[in-house]
Design a protein around this ligand. Structure first.
Ligand SMILES: [Zn+2]
Length: 582
């Protein structure tokens, strides 16, 4: 059988971006399930259906937290970022995240493009130059962002209030409100208020344009549009935003390739350059693969081929305003034909065992730790099948154990093991010949086609949990079939029929392998390899697919696909991850 199927659906072009993780450390599982992992699920699914996909992610490398993390590590910030990028990139590979490129917001491409956008926005009269007062620390030799000034709250007396807000009473503050202000970096009280000039993006001017654009998105979830509308209309409406900072580490402020008089020594604010990296990353991808610039432009410029691209962004709910307003303001304001997002998939939060995952407090499970103890597929399956789509979700070890054991080991793993071992024992390590489908098989095929349609519809709609449920139901139908027809009994009286049932069972294992590839790519690959069809295509109709393995073909019995997590394992992990990360 050639591994080709005629696909009746129209082939599409999909641009997919995941919110870009910040550089200052390894991300936890809550970060992973809030953007990168579901984006990978979608990208893998669309590729498997034969669509053309460009899936991009990058590290977000600028800003004060990166500078401080580098200082803490005793390294120059550029070196620190390069090292952390390499680490995050390796961990992403460990989780089988299939980015076409994992870029860096500090790339030369992003420098040039960010300066380009600033120049275009300025030419469109959308940039204001504003002189403002900011706190300068003599001891640190730098201006301090508001949150890096600490002092006593004038409202409640809390002595660790930050310059932007008091954590204790939640009052919004200005640094000059603080009693006995000091630098949060050095603790120095040798501070001075100085004048400094900054650029503001006049988002307020773009309000109506943004409003009309959001109104045109009739298929967006209400959660997404309501967040955007709130920012557009609440209070004084959409506010202008500062896009520059007095920092050393960042993209120097320029108008395109020209200097910006009065802005020497300043850089763009991280929120301005980070989303532009979505575009720059495509340019990095083209360069890394020796492609012409036209190859990335056909994904991003509607005048250069991106007209038929469908662009989907994945992000946590806290990132929605940036993706619905700030970044679109940059693109619309440039007056150039850039591809705008078609669909945003946003997620709620994943909590850890009765509290929040926290990077700053080292609470929860971090991506590197997860891979140290168990294979990526286990985590992928739990996280995706429990994705925080409509509400927050909670990770507990007990729930994780149940899900891995009952879904992966007892249903998928058990089916593949059972049918290959049975065949091997009764017919040898090749697909048996003989027999014809009866009513039970025809009924199974019909039900599988219905399940397949539902699975595909849910995957296309990015309904992650529903897709996982449907996939599990498909796996379960294999075990139910074997249980019903019992080839081990039939074999004694009617070996021909038992051969047909076994052959169908092996083909079902191949089908499950293909359909599972977006969720558990490593197990999927093992199943396909053992059955000798590593490139088996996505099914069109199950009846046509389930004759891929023909009589006489050799196969191997796979090793255990999913080992069960014991109660002892569970107790040990629970203990291991109960405290703060070292
Ligand atoms: Zn307070």
């Amino acid at each position: 059988m050639p591994e080709i199927s005629l696909r009746s659906h129209v082939l599409e072009r999909h641009l997919i971006t995941s919110a870009i993780p910040y550089i200052n450390g390894i991300k936890h599982l809550g970060n992973l399930v809030g953007s990168q992992l579901p984006a990978d699920l979608y990208a893998r699914y669309l590729r498997a259906r034969g669509h053309e996909v460009l899936f991009l992610c990058a590290t977000d490398e600028h800003g004060t937290p990166a500078e401080l993390a580098a200082a803490k590590a005793g390294k120059p910030v550029d070196q620190y970022c390069a090292e952390m990028h390499a680490i995050q990139s390796e961990i992403a590979k460990g989780f089988q995240l299939s980015f076409d490129h994992f870029g860096r917001s500090s790339s030369p491409q992003n420098h040039a493009l960010t300066q380009h956008f600033a120049g275009k926005l300025d030419a469109a009269n959308l940039i204001d130059e504003v002189v403002e007062k900011q706190v300068y620390s003599h001891a640190d030799g730098r201006f301090l962002p508001d949150r890096y000034i600490e002092g006593t709250c004038p409202n409640c007396g809390y002595d660790k209030a930050r310059g932007d807000q008091c954590e204790n009473c939640t009052k919004q503050l200005d640094p000059t409100d603080l009693i006995e202000p000091r630098s949060a970096i050095s603790g120095s009280t040798d501070l001075e208020v100085r004048q400094t000039k900054h650029l503001y993006l006049k988002q307020s001017v773009l309000k109506d344009q943004l409003d009309a654009w959001i109104d045109s998105k009739t298929d967006w979830p209400i959660l997404t549009t309501s967040i955007a509308k709130k920012w557009l209309h609440d209070g004084d409406g959409l506010r202008d935003r500062g896009i520059t900072r007095d920092l050393d580490w960042g993209i120097p402020v320029k108008k395109g390739t020209q200097d910006w008089p009065g802005m020497e020594g300043k850089v763009f604010y991280v929120w301005f350059d980070a989303p532009i990296e979505y575009i720059a990353c495509a340019s990095e991808w083209a360069e890394a693969n020796g492609l012409e610039p036209s190859e990335w432009e056909r994904w991003w410029r509607t005048d250069k081929g991106a007209e038929d691209v469908r662009y989907t962004q994945f992000m946590g709910k806290d990132n929605v305003p940036f993706h619905t307003l700030s970044f679109p303001a940059t693109l619309l304001g440039s007056g150039e034909p850039w591809k705008m997002v078609d669909h945003l998939k946003s997620f709620n939060y994943l909590n850890y065992d009765g509290g929040q995952f926290s990077t700053s407090q080292g609470r929860g499970i971090f991506m590197d730790q997860a891979l140290d103890i168990l294979p990526a597929d286990y985590w992928r399956w739990w996280l995706l099948s429990h994705a925080p789509e409509n509400s927050d979700a909670e990770f507990t070890w007990e729930n994780f154990q149940t899900s891995v054991n009952k879904d992966l080991a007892d249903v998928l793993g058990n089916f593949v093991s059972r049918i290959t071992k049975f065949c091997s024992a009764k017919f040898g390590d090749q697909v048996p010949a003989g027999g014809h489908y009866g009513p039970t098989e025809l009924d199974l095929l019909n039900r599988l086609d219905e399940s397949l349609t539902r699975y595909q519809d849910n995957m296309s709609a990015m309904e992650v949990r529903k897709s996982a449920q449907e996939l599990r139901a498909i796996w379960a139908s294999g075990n139910e079939y074997l249980q019903t027809v019992a080839p081990w009994t039939v074999f004694k009286t009617d070996p021909e029929t038992a051969a047909m049932q076994t052959r169908l069972g092996l083909n079902l294992a191949l089908l499950f392998g293909v359909l599972s590839s977006p969720f558990v790519p490593e197990a999927s690959e093992k199943i396909l390899n053992c059955l000798g069809h590593p490139a088996a295509p996505w099914p069109n109709k199950c009846e046509d697919f389930l004759i891929n393995l023909t009589a006489g073909e050799a196969f191997e019995v796979p090793e255990v696909l999913f080992a069960k997590i014991t109660d002892e394992d569970c107790a040990r992990y629970s203990e291991q991850f109960s405290g703060k990360r070292n």
